[in-house]
Design a protein around this ligand. Structure first.
Ligand SMILES: [Zn+2]
Length: 421
């Protein structure tokens, strides 16, 4: 095109260059439109990418706003080693896409752009990610407030015994979202504990459908943990036979995390920690994704959050060690893990000292805690327990503080007005 500009006739040169510019602009616009269309078109969701020299999975993940874990899963890769020239499938986002509550920062993006993209505010983004400044960096993972991982409903039709269990649950006031909220903050009703106590064979209806513990369901064969020991009363079976602790009870800002997070690959069987009755099984409790709550004869409640799939229904009786769910990443969760809660008298307790076998750290060592047993007649819990309200979530705590400040300012103004009069 530069040849055109070397023309001796200035007027014609100007005309030609204007035409060239128009054509050029037109081309760019067409290109852009195609790019935008390609990017937003749902049929394009299944993108692929040819690996180039010097690429890493990390970089590719950042580039396509996905994660290394999702890339590995999508391409059935066992390691992060990739060869130049090979093709990678890029996991689709949106339609049931995992992790759409997480945004991976791309080059040139600012906090305000990310906020605009997800129709939220900088303030909310900063609170959700506990950011002290507006500074963000490439491939940083930002949690998008108010956006949960879409929950894929994969429910097999209920079997007849499950239908019966469901009816039984209803007759007791079990199984609803209200029940779940009740158990998160209040002691179980006596009739619920009584129902958890009734051995399956003496119940007059067909609610005893407890299956044999399915230890072989695991997708990962080598067991990192020794098989669960014979149940000791007053202890809880470790709900996963593989995996390691991510974070413990009382961790996080202000110690708000009154639960234990255990990592294991998605799909890993989740086992009931103790014999009991399913009090809730669903995805109606905000933040927890697919969620199971069990009431035990001792009055304890155990809860299992972020499951990929629940395998039990409310009203069913389960045995210690029975598989009740598959581990997942549903709800407000930044990666596959089990969020396990032990609740007694409406207070959230540290289960680690009660787990049999002990929880393990990533390096395979047992977590350093003194083993404890919760005696039936114990006056005081043998482990740390706190009401949920004692350690509010930092996000909620910030909102509460803000509300208190506003309220104080309002009262001050009211007082000032009264004094003026
Ligand atoms: Zn957790």
């Amino acid at each position: 095109m530069s040849v055109l500009f070397r023309s001796s006739n200035r007027a014609s040169a100007a005309r030609v260059s204007r035409t060239a510019r128009l054509i050029w602009t037109g081309l760019i616009w067409t290109g852009l439109t195609w790019t935008v269309l390609a990017w937003s078109s749902p049929s394009q969701a299944q993108r692929s990418y040819r690996v180039r020299q010097g690429d890493s999975l990390h970089r590719i993940a950042a580039r396509f706003n996905t994660t290394v874990r999702d890339l590995l899963a999508e391409n059935n890769l066992r390691s992060t080693t990739i060869r130049p020239g090979s093709r990678l499938r890029i996991p689709r986002r949106g339609r049931g896409g995992r992790r759409s509550n997480i945004h991976v920062v791309r080059k040139g993006e600012t906090l305000s752009r990310v906020a605009a993209r997800y129709r939220t505010t900088i303030g909310r983004l900063k609170r959700s990610n506990r950011l002290k400044s507006n500074h963000i960096w490439v491939s940083q993972r930002l949690r998008i407030p108010g956006r949960e991982n879409p929950i894929r409903v994969r429910r097999a039709p209920l079997t007849e015994p499950q239908e019966t269990a469901r009816d039984f649950a209803k007759s007791l006031g079990l199984g609803s979202v209200k029940t779940a909220h009740w158990l998160l903050s209040k002691p179980p009703k006596p009739e619920w504990i009584a129902a958890a106590r009734v051995p399956p064979d003496t119940r007059d209806d067909a609610t005893s459908i407890a299956k044999k513990p399915e230890g072989s369901l695991s997708v990962v064969s080598p067991a990192e943990h020794e098989p669960p020991p014979a149940p000791t009363p007053g202890t809880f079976q470790l709900p996963l036979q593989i995996g390691h602790m991510l974070r413990g009870w009382g961790s996080g800002a202000g110690g708000y995390h009154l639960a234990v997070d255990i990592y294991a690959p998605p799909g890993t069987p989740v086992h009931a920690s103790e014999t009991g009755i399913v009090a809730y099984s669903g995805h109606g409790v905000s933040g927890y994704g697919w969620f199971v709550m069990l009431v035990h004869p001792s009055g304890h409640v155990t809860a299992y959050a972020h499951n990929r799939q629940n395998l039990v229904v409310a009203g069913e009786r389960v045995e210690r060690g029975q598989v009740i769910a598959k581990l997942g990443n549903t709800g407000l969760s930044a990666g596959p893990h089990l969020h396990f809660m032990l609740i007694f008298d409406g207070r959230h307790c540290d289960p680690a000292p009660l787990f049999r076998p002990k929880l393990r750290q990533k390096n395979g060592d047992a977590v350093k805690v003194d083993r404890a047993v919760w005696e039936a007649e114990a006056g005081k819990p043998p482990v740390r327990c706190l009401a949920r309200s004692a350690r509010p979530h930092p996000h909620r705590a910030a909102l509460a503080r803000q509300k208190a400040r506003r309220e104080k300012a309002r009262r001050r103004r009211a007082r000032a007005r009264r004094q003026k009069r």
